[in-house]
Design a binder for this molecule. Structure first.
Ligand SMILES: NC(=O)c1ccc[n+]([C@@H]2O[C@H](COP(=O)([O-])OP(=O)(O)OC[C@H]3O[C@@H](n4cnc5c(N)ncnc54)[C@H](OP(=O)(O)O)[C@@H]3O)[C@@H](O)[C@H]2O)c1
Length: 290
């Protein structure tokens, strides 16, 4: 039976991918105890012990602000470990699906980023993820890199859960209104990634002209303040007041892109895989029983 190895145990995307794929394939999940991305020398042997048909890597050092002080670890996990995974995949001709981020861009654009746009990360996290992308491309592994954005779900730590938790004790919240992006439900990512995996496994390979970077985020755009308001509306918390503030009023160690909407046209054209509008993703997240 074809086997899919997911790296990372309890992350948002990993959790939803495990659920999405488990009916169709043998799914192996490598937590840190089996594949520790901070220990690059152990990675290839660890991967070999699974001998997977295909590898998905949603694992990453994702603490955007902490990455500024923990640059070495961010690059170890997001770039050096990824280089090892990619080398394993190149040597064994194993298809790899790897996740990256909208934070590879500086956010100066005013229309949706395509895969042709030149990345220019503004912080360590984005730079480390971009280095991971480059390592995959340099390895010539049969790989697809999926850039996603503003991931949320009912598991782990994320903006959606933070807003709901704060609304238990507050009636008004100040939320940044001048950063624009596409909130993307981890369940929508898993559905799209599952469809992509099925295509790749049915084809038996990632053809050389299919290799490379693809955007994968929900359609449409909003600000963090707009997303917060939609979360409260969807949960019937109509009394919650969202006050839109500027990025300057909410300083963070890492500068975030002001605009990071990603065009999904390439993924739709090459693989026929499309994600729903972010409102639909939110509805699915709210209606999910977990
Ligand atoms: N979250 C976002 O808003 C966002 C936005 C754009 C792109 N992305 C990208 O999308 C992907 C999935 O993000 P996510 O939100 O699902 O991430 P997440 O919930 O923060 O989960 C991160 C995963 O990485 C694993 N991990 C971290 N360090 C590790 C190490 N040293 N060895 C092994 N595993 C390690 C964690 O393992 P444990 O299970 O052991 O903790 C966890 O499973 C990532 O590539 C991320 O860069 C995320």
């Amino acid at each position: 039976m074809q086997s899919v190895l997911i790296i990372g145990q309890s992350g948002q995307v990993s959790t939803y991918l495990q659920e999405r794929l488990s009916g169709d394939y043998r799914v192996d999940v490598a937590g840190r105890d089996r594949v520790d991305l901070a220990d690059r020398r152990s990675i290839k042997d660890a991967l070999k012990s699974f001998s997977p048909t295909l590898i998905v890597n949603p694992a990453a050092f994702t603490a955007v602000d902490s990455a500024e002080d923990e640059s070495e670890m961010a690059f170890a996990v997001n770039a050096e470990a990824v280089a090892e995974i990619a080398e394993y995949c190149a040597e064994n001709n194993t298809p790899l699906i790897h996740f990256s981020t909208d934070y590879v861009f500086d956010g100066e654009a005013d229309s949706a980023y395509t895969e042709e746009d030149v990345p220019a990360p503004t912080g360590v996290y984005g730079a480390s993820k971009l280095a991971g992308e480059q390592a995959i491309i340099d390895s010539d592994a049969p790989a697809i890199i999926l850039r996603t954005s503003w991931v949320y779900s009912n598991v782990g730590k994320n903006f959606y859960k933070t807003m709901l938790s704060l609304s238990e004790s507050r009636t008004e919240l100040s939320v940044v209104g001048d950063q624009i992006g596409s909130p993307t439900f981890a369940g929508s990512i898993a559905d799209a990634c599952g469809a992509l995996i099925t295509k790749v496994l049915d084809q038996g390979e990632i053809a050389s002209e299919q290799k490379g970077v693809y955007n994968l985020s929900c359609e449409g755009e909003t600000s963090w303040a707009g997303f917060a308001q939609a979360i409260f509306t969807a949960h019937g918390k109509s009394k919650m007041v969202v006050k839109s503030i500027t990025t300057a009023e909410y300083p963070t160690p890492t500068k975030r892109p002001a605009y990071s909407v990603l065009s999904g046209a390439k993924l739709a054209n090459v693989f026929g895989v499309e994600l729903p509008d972010w409102h639909k993703g939110l509805e699915d997240c709210v209606n999910e029983t977990r």
